[in-house]
Design a protein around this ligand. Sequence first.
Ligand SMILES: NC(=O)c1ccc[n+]([C@@H]2O[C@H](COP(=O)([O-])OP(=O)(O)OC[C@H]3O[C@@H](n4cnc5c(N)ncnc54)[C@H](O)[C@@H]3O)[C@@H](O)[C@H]2O)c1
Length: 245
Amino acid sequence: MLLEGKIAVITGAGRGLGKAMARIFAREGAQVLAVDISGEEKAVAAGIGSSVVPYHADVAREDEIEAMFAFALSRFGKVDALVNNAATLMALREELTAGEYEEGTAVNLRGLMFCCKHAIRAMAKGGGGSIVNITSAGVLGVEDRASIVYSAAKTAVHSLTQSLAFHHGRQGIRVNAVAPGLCKTENWDRYPEDFKEQIYGKPVLGRPGEAEEPGEVAAFLASDRASYVTGAIIPVDGGWSIRLV
Ligand SMILES: NC(=O)c1ccc[n+]([C@@H]2O[C@H](COP(=O)([O-])OP(=O)(O)OC[C@H]3O[C@@H](n4cnc5c(N)ncnc54)[C@H](O)[C@@H]3O)[C@@H](O)[C@H]2O)c1
């Protein structure tokens, strides 16, 4: 198993890609702290088994993030991996506002940055670790339908990923990003049929992603098999981002 003996913190694990990640990490032998603000983390953990521990936190708040890592250290004794998956998803809006800026950066950039900060503190004590930031293929030069602030935050996370990889490599801490294309999570059913049809035409593989596909790559990056991979931004988008649209 890829993650035997590893301790992983996964944010936004209450649904969507994060819920699939909790399943995959547990399948690969990790013990998982499944973090969410929704309360759904309890059902996710109960559905997977005792290797997944639910944890309720708002990852927009540094005090809650600090408490989350303190809990992880007291419960498991170490933190080997962090997947920064939680996000506030936002569609394109008509006009840019200060409210949109706050909403689009609180979790997607500021919260993610503080999760990295406290994970690095915990990992440095244990001699290293792996951080996987979940961004979006929508900011890799493909047509981007999301809010401008959401996209700016995701792009900033690519920069943050490489800066942290640069600064913490000597501590044995690897930092990478996974940039998913559109995947079939719970949100998929809400999209209009004509939109879904368009999505089938975008990736070169001719289909949207399955909810598990970004998590399989995140699990590899979290594992020792990816021991020489850091600072990488890996699209998991069926080849959507190699098309210039
Ligand atoms: N699903 C896709 O097709 C897709 C495509 C590109 C990128 N992404 C990225 O993948 C990640 C997961 O996307 P998803 O579609 O599964 O999203 P989702 O909205 O279905 O799930 C996000 C989870 O994060 C949690 N969350 C939100 N704010 C939080 C907070 N402040 N504290 C703790 N938890 C919080 C939510 O409660 C939810 O359970 C996100 O980073 C998203 O930007 C997803």
